[in-house]
Write a protein that binds this ligand. Structure first.
Ligand code: DGJ
Length: 389
């Protein structure tokens, strides 16, 4: 009798495990996304790499409460063969307990992305870095991009250094006519006055921040992504100039530095959260407006060249006015090209929960194309067979 009761309990426990730890077969955006240990995936502002038959997901490891928006742990990695079921690979870049480190615990480390460099055999991680502030409050004035490398996708990654790129340089590419000069209504004396007074209001959005940082510290680099082109050239795309303008920087052949070739794009469009993909030889860019952790309307752009000119294709979200106004409550972070399927791209976004950062959710939705425009529609549940239609 006792044996039967024990077997019954074991069976019940197994059934429970099957339901709770069961194999995932679909995407359910906005819900808890369990990993192989049945723990909600902790990889926010993430980036994805496909290598050796596996997808790797790198993202910000958040902790509980509002303090969890700071980097208290580092970059977390997960792996998956099918994009539904994710194995916890642990923290692959750890913040440092040494306050003198650029990545000291309590710094801000956002939107990590990893690319593989075939020439060096290294996995190269870039991310947005804000040094730890003295008062412990979030402070975004460092505005640097930073770099860490590893011999394996799952790390550990060694921190290399941080950058304010292109100090002293003018843009080499892009829509230079539109972007290169600062407000034409100002004469030289007025321009000098704004720059010397570091007049933040005037610097915003009118090209002054570009000139200030070209002469000064180098260009700001906040929300960022990486893109590797078909010819293996890689680019870092980031929000710059107090977030008014995106910069697209060519990386060196080892992906660990800047060549000096770069473009300012969509000047004064105020884009954050860039995510790039390429289809039929054209480059597509998703981005958001700048409203902190609060959601806003997504933007989409297309270009024949990575350096632009990038033409606006409007809000890619098709749905209710509320869904279009808030991007389903999310903010873009990456576009995953699905391996082995033609023209299959997944829009990935974060639903931030700034009051309890660790509870942030993820949006995975298929990208459709209509009249040359990418279109994203909400789906409570869907799977990759969507792309076989
Ligand atoms: C919006 C950015 O996209 C996020 O990565 C983060 O920097 C928040 N702003 C902070 O308010």
């Amino acid at each position: 009798m006792a044996t039967h009761i024990v077997s019954g309990i074991v069976l019940l426990a197994l059934c429970y495990a099957c339901t709770v730890f069961g194999e995932q077969k679909s995407f359910k955006s906005g819900q808890i996304m369990p990993d192989n240990n049945n723990v909600h995936i902790n990889a926010h502002g993430g980036g994805f790499l496909y290598k050796g038959g596996l997808y790797y997901w790198f993202g910000e490891h958040k902790t509980e409460g509002t303090a969890g928006n700071l980097a208290n742990v580092g970059v977390h990695c997960y792996s998956s063969a099918d994009l539904y079921n994710w194995k916890d690979e642990g923290v692959v870049l750890s913040v440092s307990n040494d306050d003198a480190s650029e990545i000291a615990k309590g710094c801000i480390l956002e939107r990590p992305k990893v690319i593989y460099n075939a020439k060096t055999g290294k996995y190269v991680m870039w991310f947005h870095l804000e040094f730890k502030s003295a008062d412990g409050k979030p402070n975004y004035s460092t505005a640097r991009c930073a770099l860490a490398v590893s011999d394996k996708p799952t790390g550990p990654y060694s921190y290399v250094r941080s950058f304010r790129p292109q100090k002293g340089r003018m843009p080499t590419d892009g829509d230079i006519a539109d972007c290169i000069s600062i407000d034409k209504s100002f004469d030289d004396a007025q321009i000098e006055k704004v720059l010397n007074n570091n007049n933040y209001k005037m610097l915003k959005g009118r090209g002054f921040a570009f000139v200030r940082d070209m002469r000064g510290k180098g260009q700001m680099a906040r929300d960022m992504t990486l893109f590797v082109d078909d010819n293996s050239k890689a680019y870092l795309i980031c929000s710059s100039e107090e977030n008014a303008t995106l910069h697209i920087h060519e990386l060196t052949d080892d992906y660990q530095n800047f060549t000096g070739r770069f473009a300012r794009v969509r000047c004064s469009d105020w884009n954050e959260a860039p995510a790039i993909f390429k289809k039929d030889g054209k480059y597509y860019l998703f981005a958001s407006f700048c409203t902190g952790w609060a959601p806003n309307s997504a933007r989409s752009y297309v270009s024949e060249s990575i350096y632009g000119p990038w033409r606006s294709l409007g809000n890619p979200i098709d749905g209710s006015p509320e869904q279009m106004r808030t991007t389903f409550g999310g903010q873009s972070t990456f576009v995953i090209p699905v391996a082995g399927k033609e023209d299959a791209f997944i829009f990935v976004a974060d639903i931030w929960r700034p009051k309890n950062a660790i509870d942030g959710r993820y949006i995975f939705l298929p990208i459709e194309f209509e009249n040359g425009r990418p279109v994203i529609r909400w789906k409570n549940e869907w799977d990759l067979s969507f792309f076989d239609k």
